[in-house]
Design a protein around this ligand. Structure first.
Ligand code: BES
Ligand code: MN
Ligand code: ZN
Length: 493
């Protein structure tokens, strides 16, 4: 799908569809009023008759109206003037694209700026692009007869007045972000028998082939042993698939500029290991590599945009399976940092692969490190499926991430990293244990990681509740690619 912005009169725009808003009570938006005059007040007649109430997220599709060049007119209900919320704006855009995608239109012009939805134009455009891409995404690549691809190919954000120059850039950046999300979703949805650590490494290498500014390195288990990554290696012991440590270095600025390092949890299937998970919904643990997928999606977006900054992606990737050689509860391992860990639960494996990757991250002399992980079920209990959990050892960094999260409408909520929680990780036999008990499980997981990130500014995103949807709508969401990409766009300035 292609997106652009263009000034023009709604009645003159040729193409498959022109969409304008109607407020509850029947008032047409400015572009709507222009259309109404062009078709001899047919629109206001229909509204007066009650065919369109203007209630939020309702739609009315009309065909071949006299005096209007486009084949279709889509009226979209905006609700009461001044009463829109972030949620209702999203619902309006979802209804708009749902109706549009059900038509055979190949292109459409949407007058959103005139809709006066009480939110900045950039925010609305970003959401429109994300929602269009979301609805055009197909997850049926492994069905023997995939459904037809969507017909809608070109979307023009049309305006009556000259659009602000900066909006064109916003659209381009958001389209690249949406493609990054699509990559993250496609990888997330792949089953564990296809998406192995080797497969993820191949995807990273392919990204490096496409984008000359990305250098990819893959370390094998023997390299990890040499380095001393005892925590990471303890997770792969039960698996036949070789673990990989994948590094992607995007060079968009001078070598001297310190990079942002993104570390993504890449467990391609998490059975729990010897601390085996219960069977119900265990298939969803194929999504335990969604942190890794978000790093790949973000790096792809950054490379496509050509952002002028340096970004490093690090992906520790492994399966977590039980076997005769698997790590057992009570086993003690030595991490790359030298700290020893008593593994009381082999299902708390994410922090074990991440702690070594986070220690490794220091070698890039980072300005900031952000790790992204489907780390704890407890995060889902705390924040549900709405917000990702955010932790940071630096309030300024947390503030920047939260600002990006609001711009991209990819919600995150900060939780505490207070030292008060640290004693829950004390072990009688090692420097720490890998679990802190049921209470505050998402916080103690973050506190565990904090013991490995003292030398740089660091933030942790727990995406256990936001990376995928369960049930009828099962599928990866591509989050938090929008948040991460927006953060990097803001940094690039
Ligand atoms: N990958 C899981 C976390 C998870 C569970 C994400 C369910 C989304 C849905 C992680 O490796 C895990 O198993 N964590 C344990 C930690 C516990 C043993 C301290 C958990 O959350 O139960
Ligand atoms: Mn686990
Ligand atoms: Zn896991």
């Amino acid at each position: 799908m292609e997106f652009s912005i263009k000034q023009g009169s709604p009645e003159k725009l040729k193409g498959g569809c022109v969409a304008v808003g109607v407020f509850e009570g029947g008032k047409l938006s400015r572009a709507g009023q222009t259309l109404d005059r062009a078709c001899n007040h047919l629109l206001s007649d229909l509204i007066a008759q009650g065919d369109m109430s203007g209630k939020s997220a309702t739609t009315l599709l009309l065909h071949k109206l006299p005096g209007i060049a486009a084949e279709r007119v889509l009226l979209i209900g905006l609700g009461k003037t001044g009463e829109q919320t972030e949620k209702s704006r999203v619902e309006i855009l979802q209804a708009l694209f749902k109706t549009l995608l059900a038509t055979p239109a190949k292109d459409a012009a949407l007058y959103l700026a005139e809709a006066d939805l009480g939110k900045d134009a950039a925010w609305l455009l970003r959401q429109a692009v994300f929602i269009a891409a979301e609805q055009a995404f197909r997850a049926d690549g492994l069905k023997s007869k995939p459904a037809d691809a969507v017909k809608l190919k070109r979307i023009t954000f049309a305006t009556l007045d000259k659009p602000a120059a900066q909006l064109q850039e916003v659209i381009g950046q958001t389209a690249a972000t949406a493609r990054g999300m699509a990559l993250a979703k496609a990888l997330g949805n792949l089953p564990g028998n296809i998406c192995t650590p080797t497969y993820l490494a191949a995807q990273a290498l392919a990204l490096g082939k496409t984008h000359k500014k990305i250098k990819v390195t893959v370390l094998e288990e023997k390299d990890l042993r040499k380095l001393g990554m005892g925590a990471f290696l303890s997770v792969t012991r039960g698996s036949e698939q070789p673990a990989k440590l994948i590094t992607l270095e995007y060079a968009g600025a001078d070598k001297k500029q310190k990079p942002v390092v993104l570390v993504g949890k890449g467990i391609t299937f998490d059975s729990g290991g010897i601390s085996l998970k219960p069977g119900a919904e265990m298939d969803e643990m194929k999504y335990d590599m969604c942190g890794a997928a978000s790093v790949l999606g973000t790096l792809q977006a950054v490379a496509e945009m050509g952002l002028k900054l340096n970004v490093v992606g690090i992906i520790p990737s492994s399966e977590n399976l039980p076997s005769g050689t698997a790590t057992k509860p009570g086993d003690i391992v030595t991490s790359l940092s030298g700290q020893t860990i008593e593994i009381l639960n082999t299902d708390a494996e994410g922090r074990l692969v991440l702690c070594d990757a986070l220690t490794y991250a220091a070698k890039f002399k980072p300005d900031a490190v952000i790790d992204i992980a489907t780390l704890t079920g407890a995060c889902v209990i705390a924040l549900g499926h709405v917000a990702s959990g955010l932790f940071s050892n630096d309030d300024k960094l947390a503030g920047e991430i939260l600002a990006a999260s609001r711009q991209a409408h990819d919600r995150a909520w900060q939780l505490p990293l207070w030292e008060d929680y640290q004693p829950l990780l004390d072990s009688n036999f090692a420097d720490m244990q890998n679990i802190g008990g049921r209470a505050g499980g998402t916080i103690t997981a973050a506190c565990f990681l904090a013991r490995f990130t003292k030398d740089y500014r660091w933030a942790h995103l727990d995406i256990a509740g936001t990376a995928w949807k369960s049930g009828k709508e099962k599928g990866a969401t591509g989050r938090p690619v929008p948040l991460l990409t927006q953060y990097l766009i803001n940094r690039a300035g």
